[in-house]
Design a protein around this ligand. Sequence first.
Ligand SMILES: C[S@@+](CC[C@H](N)C(=O)[O-])C[C@H]1O[C@@H](n2cnc3c(N)ncnc32)[C@H](O)[C@@H]1O
Length: 964
Amino acid sequence: MTTKKLIEVALPLEAINKACAREKSIRHGHPSTLHLWWARRPLAAARAVIFAQMVDDPSGLPDLFPTEKKQEKERQRLFKIIEDLVLWENTTNETVLQAAREEIWTSWRRACAENADHPRAKELFDRKKLPAFHDPFAGGGALPLEAQRLGLESYASDLNPIAVLINKAMIEIPPKFAGKPPVNPDSRKEKTLIAKEWKGAQGLAEDVRFYGQWMRDEAQKRIGHLYPKIEVTDEMVKVRPDLKKYVGQKLTVIAWLWARTVKSPNPAFAKVDVPLASSFMLSTKVGKEAYVEPVIENGDYRFTVKVGKPKDAEGAKRGTKSGSSGSSFLCLMSGTPMPFEYLRPEAKAGRMGARLMAMVAEGDRGRVYLAPTPEMEAIALHAKPTDAPETDLPAKALGFRVQEYGMTKWRDLFTSRQLVALTTFSDLVGEARELIKRDILAAGLADDKKPLRDGAIGATAYADAVGVYLACAVGKLSDYNSTICSWISGGQTMRNTFGRQAIPMVWDYAEANVLSDSTGGYLSCIDQVRRVLNEFPASVQSISQQTDAALQSVSVNKVVSTDPPYYDNIGYADLSDFFYVWMRRTLKPVFPDIFATLAVPKAEELVATRFRHGTKEKAETFFLNGMTLAMHRIAEQAHSAFPVTIYYAFKQAESDEADGTTNTGWDTFLAAVIAAGFAISGTWPMRTEMGNRMVGSGTNALASSIILVCRARSATAPTATRREFVNTLKAELPAALIHLQRGNIAPVDLAQAAIGPGMAVYTRYAKVLDAEGKSLTVREALALINQTLDEALAEQEGDFDADSRWALTWFEQSGFAEGEYGLAEQLSKSKNTSVAGMVEAGILESKRGKVRLYRAEELPHDWDPTTDSRLTAWEIVHHLIRVLASGGESAAGELVAKLGAKAETGRELCYRLYTMCERNKRATDALAYNGLVQSWSEIMRLSRGGGKPVATSAESGLFGNNEE
Ligand SMILES: C[S@@+](CC[C@H](N)C(=O)[O-])C[C@H]1O[C@@H](n2cnc3c(N)ncnc32)[C@H](O)[C@@H]1O
């Protein structure tokens, strides 16, 4: 017996989406800063989804909540828990987390009591032991981490060794050493009166800091000569008086800025290596501008650096590019164009070099930009890497451009100096492990027994554990130390390699100082790792392992929530070789099995890339077959008491239907999930990748993931005819729709969310057969669901007043444009009203045989609903939109206070209006209707005298990209 879970009925989507958007701006201490992974899900979404899939929906508990009203009240109580739970500030708030855990336990005990007669009750329904959690596509680990935080034993698996390692570092290692003090000699020496309590992984984090610093100091001894300081001389001040205060000082260089070069195509300058500079601007910060100015002399050129605004601002911005973005370069000496067709063969023939363009040093307050010196250039160019990784780059891969420029090995993405630095730091991880072991043994803190991989917690195991985090920091170091990194002139800082999920060609790159404390230095990487480690739950013992999701047997009797790769979006395996070549070197001794292969395993990766599978069709078949197998494993194995939740990255841009609810990938994916034996009981659109601002890109460019809620389909599911299917849809969808609206779902999300109840009907049957006995496809079922949803919305029109019903029909045909009076009058008859009456109501203008609806902003500002003798829902909506735009939520709240209970009809009308606008591609109007519903709860709160408006995250400007 299974009770419906909350996620199968309702979710506070608005609160979750707000928290997801907010989380994207969090940089310090966010678990994603442990190590880069592409397209992570926000923790807020993961936390809310796992909670809601584990707690009972009150509708399944009639003894406790006999009426619908009582059920709704209970649901609101659970919503409140979620609303607290999703806030970033509450990530480590034990009171909030404990409340959520208790709720999970309460539902679990109920499930155990209900299933006391189950033949395997002892094994499956032990009221003292919660089932464990599994995510078979764990990636960067957001879902397993949040499951652990909610008190579940968490299993993470992934095909990719880097993902497996990240999950080990997040959920497996911290609980092993939780509560242990650090072992490093400095911490042991410290004798405070009251011994410090080392909570969670704080002791481990402190050792990461200490031994990370040791590695940096060792590296300084070994490769410090490659990162010299720059002395400011009188000579320099002659051309740069602003440097006067630094004369005689040696400044730390934090980045060397290079431009790649090729031989000039102009025979007159055939020997000159000319720069490919995409900009000469070094700092665009107002009042701190700095730029490179090339000086052409004696048939060659040199770079100088100037401060202040450049005279030729456009030229400085453009560098040596030939013009608009995406264009190629011009020869600095002659102006001769150098198209990509010239650059590629030059690069492939080994004639692409690099010239030092400028240096960024640390000043008293802020950056100091300096001209290059021949000595500095020589030091960098003469670095001699030995033993750098020789692994090949993929010949072609999603998002890789560099191969066209003669780069064939991963090492080609690094300068000689970067290779020396990365090999040095990689090797130092091994040395640090040895040192840690020695320190532990010398202090007699633990025996040296088995290594970490054997589940031990002795000296070797602890040294291995610290080594994992030191290696994560080396991974971060590599992200900031390749020739794909560039200088951000606006923020005056380093841009990492993976700003995107790609390896693009970067023409002018920035080489960070790995020994400095700034971004791109090892200490700053260590500091970020230490900070996140400090905050990990480190609570329930958990496991991360390498497994192909199509073959896994980990899910057996576990709660499953997972986020599989989306079709051809990201080539994880190809991209992650960037890190693998370094991590294998540092961690193969610790995890020989995970790092056994020379490169990341590719063949089984569930990505539809034609580069790997030959053709588009073969790639699609591979993806679908593999995904169906993986879904099948989950459907067979997952614990029967809980639905399974699956994230599907939904790209609105691909939608091929006007309502944006169907796209090729989406229905194929749904088909795979259903073919795997799942019935679908919910579909929740969530904004997991972008902020919730509706800017520019159309009205429904919001949902970035759909969470599919699934249960294994009953083996005895009946077959239905198309007519039976449609009739059931008609019977069930209207109620589901009202439920969603009552939950104040944003109109923009309504169609997506309504697919859930619709698909629940479709997947209730083994098959739905049409008149010819053919099975109805998922695509056809989706179309019928949308049609029924439309009808259900249209039926709601019956609840509105006659004027509003007229206005709706008129609006659908003409929007706010003018139409013929005759037509308007004719329509008014069928709606039981009149044009004159509606003019009197104040919604319509009727002049010279033409009629048009007033736009919100044209409505009278002194409107008072309490004295309006012909109050319509139409007016309510449009006056609220007017007031919201001009006076914000507080003003709208005041109006709602006057409207009282009538305001609610306005909200209902908004859904209908939104759907019409979306279908008729009236994006701007749609935005206004969606916006009103989205502000509804706040407006209601204020209408009840609820105090100052709460700033939304959009208002507080908190959006950003958290991909490091
Ligand atoms: C969308 S990502 C998961 C992201 C994760 N939820 C997060 O928040 O970071 C999908 C993952 O599936 C993994 N993957 C691809 N093919 C796989 C397979 N056959 N078995 C297991 N994992 C696979 C990829 O390595 C990738 O980490």
